[in-house]
Design a binder for this molecule. Structure first.
Ligand code: SF4
Ligand code: SF4
Ligand code: SF4
Ligand code: FES
Length: 352
């Protein structure tokens, strides 16, 4: 691939032709603040937080969409650039509730981080402020559009990655907001409640409902694991506080899913603490299920398998495996079926 040489804050780097200034800066090890840009979504240049100065360009340019060219010289942190970013952030914060003290996104909010970085305590711009009703008439997502910065990450995630297109930008000018077709609640749209709009949202505008008030980012530890629901094997991050799973978030390094999850892997974890969850085996005795040890249960199953095979032959047995098992467990089940009992009656739930 042809490359071009650019100079960013005095550092010379070679990057592929067609790369953006933001990507070139990353190659140079220079961070440019960004809000609407997301590494897994196509850039749109909506927020103007990533403005940079490019020599011989008349105006500051958004680095997330501006392509590099040979000999380009970029300044990412000049006084003019910093002033422009402050201006953009102040405009955003002029129509924002600023209730970081009680917001569930506090400590995990890119807008909060940028305000901290640029030392913005208040906005000099007075004017109208939105007062949208919070939408939480579904089990999974709380939408607080007062905290929306119109970055469209959620819209792009829903469209580019999921192909669902449940949400879009609606209305114009000051009334612009993320909406649905015919302005109906999410429950009446094609939304699959995958929750990926939450994962890419840089503010507290979209949050997981079940985690409301249960903890802030710095109180939780993240543990990566594999989603137990299906054979895709998505990597997810459990966010745990006081030995309880508060929520599940994306692991962008996940080999099978690169951060993306479905509704089950994202929200279906309440079974872990459910009071009706089976935690010990049950054996039916005289018509009643009674608790047993694992040894008792496994011995019973093994004895019954052997008895059936001896009395009726191995093909009286059939083994059905599960996509929730690992590859190794599925291999062992078919090995037991064919090698130990001598029957090919083995199948897998994914084929049914
Ligand atoms: S979304 Fe971010 S900036 Fe807004 S109130 Fe919540 S933590 Fe504060
Ligand atoms: S939950 Fe998933 S399908 Fe629904 S709006 Fe968000 S990204 Fe789209
Ligand atoms: S809801 Fe979040 S992701 Fe969507 S446009 Fe608003 S701030 Fe961006
Ligand atoms: S990050 Fe570049 S315009 Fe928003």
């Amino acid at each position: 691939m042809p490359t071009v040489q650019v100079t960013i804050d005095g550092r010379v780097v070679s990057v592929p032709s067609g790369a953006t200034v933001l990507e070139a800066a990353q190659v140079a090890g220079i961070r440019i603040p960004a809000l609407c840009a997301h590494p897994h979504l196509k850039p749109i240049g909506a927020c103007r937080v990533c403005l940079v100065e490019i020599e011989k360009q008349r105006q500051l340019q958004p680095s997330c969409t501006f392509p590099v060219y040979e000999g380009m010289v970029v300044h990412t942190n000049s006084p003019q650039v910093r002033e422009a970013r402050r201006f953009v952030l102040e405009l955003l914060l002029s129509d924002h509730p600023l209730d970081c003290m009680t917001c569930d996104a506090g400590g995990n909010c890119e807008l909060q981080d940028l305000a901290y970085e640029y030392g913005i305590k208040e906005s000099r711009f007075a004017g109208n402020r939105h007062r949208y009703e919070i939408e939480d008439a579904n089990p999974f997502i709380v939408r607080d559009l007062d905290k929306c910065v119109l970055c469209r990450r959620c819209v792009r995630a829903c469209d580019e990655i999921n192909g669902v297109e449940a949400i879009t930008l609606a209305f114009r000018g000051y009334d612009t907001r993320v909406g649905t077709a015919l302005d109906v609640p999410l429950t009446e749209t094609t939304c699959e409640f995958c929750g990926m709009c939450i994962e890419v949202c840089p503010t507290g505008s979209l949050l997981p409902k079940a985690a409301t008030g249960l903890g802030r980012a710095w109180e939780m530890t993240k543990t990566s694991t594999i989603c137990p629901y299906c054979g895709v094997g998505c990597t997810v991050d459990l966010n745990v506080k006081d030995d309880r799973i508060v929520k599940v978030t994306s692991n962008w390094e996940g080999a099978a899913n690169h951060g993306w999850m479905c509704v089950k892997g994202h929200f279906g974890w309440d079974f872990v603490e459910h009071e009706e969850r089976l935690t010990t085996p049950l054996i039916r005795k005289e018509g009643v299920l009674v608790e047993a040890t694992w040894d008792e249960a496994l011995d019973l199953v093994a004895d019954r398998f052997v008895a059936i095979a001896e009395e009726h032959g191995p093909d009286a047995l059939a083994f059905l495996s599960s996509a929730k098992c690992t590859n190794e467990e599925n291999y062992l089940l078919q090995k037991m079926s064919r090698g130990l009992f001598g029957t090919n009656n083995v199948d897998h739930c994914a084929r049914l």
